[in-house]
Design a protein around this ligand. Sequence first.
Ligand code: ARG
Length: 392
Amino acid sequence: MKVVLAYSGGLDTSVAIKWLQEKYGAEVITVTLDVGQMEDLKSIEEKAKMLGVAKHYSINAVEEFAERYVAKAIKANALYEGKYPLHSALSRPLIAEKLVEVALKEGADAVAHGCTGRGNDQVRIEVTVKALAPHLKIIAPVREWELSRDMEVAYAKERGIPVPVKDKPYSIDQNLWGRSIECGPLDDPYAEPPEDAFEWTVNPSQAPDKPLYLTLTFRGGLPVALNGVEMSLKDLVIELNKLAGQHGVGRIDHIEDRVVGIKSREVYEAPAAVCIVEAHKDLEKMTLTKHELSFKSMVDEVWTKLAYEGLWCDPLREDLEAFIDKTQVRVEGEVKLKLYRGWLTVVGRRSSKSLYDLDLATYEAWGKFDQKLAKGFIELWGLQSYLARGKR
Ligand code: ARG
């Protein structure tokens, strides 16, 4: 049997290589994606080879992740349950896609991943694999073997699998769009996250005592320039993660509803995502009509839920994107952000597509808004309400 395993280089998936070889007598092919997690793919590849895999694929997918996943999340203002920018969730269908690609190329019988049975990631990967290649068997070693960490370490040591010395008690998943921190002291939802949970953001109390002003330029609903300098979405996100992180912006502490019913405490760092979504929403308010905005907020929420819940492959996602993309044509202009000690504030916006009209909005006498029209409008606007009150 030939199995293609999504390999992170961590303990779970390293043990999974041996386990697949022993339990299934499988020929294991490993795949590691670069989605901007800032890890050394070369050493991950060497580790896989040392563990006796038949073949290893290192795939640079950062641009693709930015263009095909992050960009859509920006246009949809994606914040699951109002807070989570979906970074981990967005990477899973891409990982699944690449697994399938390699499996088809290699004529494999199965794909495998290192997700537990308690989380969303198993759902996201497996639903996508089933949609793309229903004939492939799916093996989830970590879910099947139910090893505790101690048992896993013992298993690894017996077989000469290097056990990384864990300096921190957290489970981390990170990519271009953000960083997820789980487990250890964070499992107590009342306990404040210890400072060592954070790596991308400084403690706001240690941030410079001077605000940083940034401008984001949007075109077609996407940020295309930072402080006037045009750059790719990928580069812009990398740069903004750094700048906003230095000012303590982007920490998120969230009680989240997983697909499998569990409520979990999640801590995230997503400096760029927080800034971009806030700026994007603000610019939409200036360029879309109130009718578009209220309908779009519902569409955004459904899109976000589909992405979170592992239904990336459902046609509804693309149906919704057809609507979203149509609205984004007018979402262009500049947003001025102020970052100060963990605070993010939009302090200015301008757009050639702006629906804000000073001649209408001003309270000054020279304003063009014909106040006389308001009188009749109010008669009609409340008409049914007046009638209904008369019947009480
Ligand atoms: N709660 C987030 C989600 O479900 C983060 C998951 C992080 N994944 C992980 N393997 N640590 O998308």
